[in-house]
Write a protein that binds this ligand. Structure first.
Ligand SMILES: [Zn+2]
Length: 151
């Protein structure tokens, strides 16, 4: 017997996204590119925010009187966020180094075909016609023998 996967809304969102990424990027090469781009975009964004927070901190040090509206993130909050973001950034940097190695791997078209095949099994299109018809038939069956047990 397999264990039932968690069905909370966070997990469901994750399953959906997980399957979408397989469906929309079903080849090895596409997964390489997707994951590379996602790490890079995460890093770019973190870096930019870190720069901005550092700039804000140093401006405050040189210029004590600031308008209160611009001052609504406290220095302490900024310092804490900087600590956290800098360690996230160093993790991302390590992941990037590993991704570079994954990026070096090339596979043949025949194996790519296998990837596409398996992707379809792993994450079938929920809007696929056959599946929709099958679902409708299943739900319309008035007295399926198992119905009492399923409930
Ligand atoms: Zn969950």
């Amino acid at each position: 017997m397999t264990e039932e996967p968690c069905q909370c809304s966070d997990c469901q969102r994750f399953y959906k996204e997980h399957d979408r990424l397989i469906r929309e990027f079903p080849t090895f090469k596409q997964q390489q590119e997707l994951n590379w781009a996602s790490i890079q975009s995460f890093r770019s964004l973190c870096n930019k925010v870190i720069d901005e927070l550092q700039r804000q901190l140093s401006e405050r040090e040189s210029n004590e009187e600031m308008s209160s509206e611009e001052n609504h993130i406290s220095d302490r909050e900024i310092a804490e966020a900087l600590d956290e973001l800098e360690s996230v950034n160093s993790y991302l940097y390590s992941i990037e180094a590993l991704m570079e190695r994954i990026f070096d791997t090339k596979i043949s078209n025949k194996i790519e075909f296998k990837f596409k095949e398996i992707a379809k099994e792993l994450a079938p299109d929920p809007l696929n016609m056959d599946r929709l018809i099958l679902n409708r038939l299943f739900h319309q069956t008035p007295d399926s023998p198992d119905k009492k047990n399923i409930n």
